[in-house]
Design a protein around this ligand. Structure first.
Ligand SMILES: NC(=O)c1ccc[n+]([C@@H]2O[C@H](COP(=O)([O-])OP(=O)(O)OC[C@H]3O[C@@H](n4cnc5c(N)ncnc54)[C@H](OP(=O)(O)O)[C@@H]3O)[C@@H](O)[C@H]2O)c1
Length: 233
């Protein structure tokens, strides 16, 4: 059995790859950057393979997934931060970019993945708590992630018996946040931690655990699992 992770070269996707390797599964990871791919593969060691692919290119993605043997689970973990910003920061082009970087690659991944997944297999798509959590500075993220979340029940019906579920993380400490610098990153994390009953942000390993669990459950489909410390309550 192989688990393929589009967006498996960093953050939550990479944490999933490590967890599945610990459980003895073969993993195939995909992303655009060669540097990130090589570093992730070096960390995973034997039992892991991968290649560069941009999920915005459906024909390349289809060819890439066709080379994965015995594909039982497909995780789609692309598009971090797409659509972020306040209404003042996010004009038409910003929102369009959000859809281009998240909704369209997810759509391509679903369309290609369904052709290659085993009928007994499972697809897990990464969404975000922002689709389920009203916040004045998150309208674009809500639009982008809401588009994906609302597809899930229909996808589950369209793709059965393949199971399709969405995991919606809250703020999680992954590499894209490092771009803010230590001080600003801590301020953002404190801001979100204060709003969540569990009073902290998540770790990629905690989101990975939920992804592995929902992918393994053979009687769950069409669900949105929020893994956000209660942020969206
Ligand atoms: N971290 C958070 O706070 C948070 C919160 C809510 C939801 N999420 C969701 O969780 C998922 C993972 O986020 P993360 O924080 O783990 O981000 P990350 O560390 O940046 O991981 C994203 C992965 O996707 C790959 N990727 C991005 N666009 C791609 C494309 N077009 N084709 C192929 N690969 C692509 C990236 O590699 P390359 O850039 O090299 O392609 C990387 O491997 C995202 O869907 C995000 O929306 C994250």
């Amino acid at each position: 059995m192989t688990v393929a992770i589009i967006g498996g070269t960093s953050g939550i996707g990479l944490a999933c790859a490590h967890l599945w390797r610990e459980r003895g599964k073969q993993v195939a990871i995909f992303g655009r950057s060669e540097e990130r791919l090589n570093s992730a593969l070096a960390g995973l060691g034997s039992g892991a393979m991968g290649s560069r692919v941009d999920a915005s290119d459906p024909s390349k993605l289809d060819e890439t997934l066709s080379r994965v043997q015995d594909l039982q689970v497909l995780v789609i973990s692309v598009g971090a931060g797409a659509g972020a910003g306040t209404l003042d920061q996010l004009g038409f082009d910003g929102l369009k970019k959000g859809f281009e970087q998240k909704v369209l690659p997810v759509w391509n991944s679903v369309q290609c993945g369904r052709k290659h997944l085993a009928m007994s297999g499972a697809m897990v798509i990464l969404g975000a708590a922002r689709a389920h959590h009203a916040a004045g500075d998150g309208v674009g993220l809500a639009a982008v992630h809401g588009a994906i979340a609302s597809m899930i029940p229909s996808l589950a019906k369209a793709m059965a018996p393949i199971r399709v579920n969405l995991v919606a993380p809250g703020v999680t400490d992954t590499p894209p946040w490092n771009g803010l610098g230590d001080e600003k990153k801590q301020a953002v994390f404190d801001h979100f931690a204060k709003q969540a009953p569990l009073e902290r942000v998540g770790q990629p390993e905690e989101i990975a655990q939920a992804i592995v669990s929902i992918a393994s459950n053979t009687f769950t489909t069409g669900q949105v699992l929020r893994v956000d410390g209660g942020l969206s309550l």
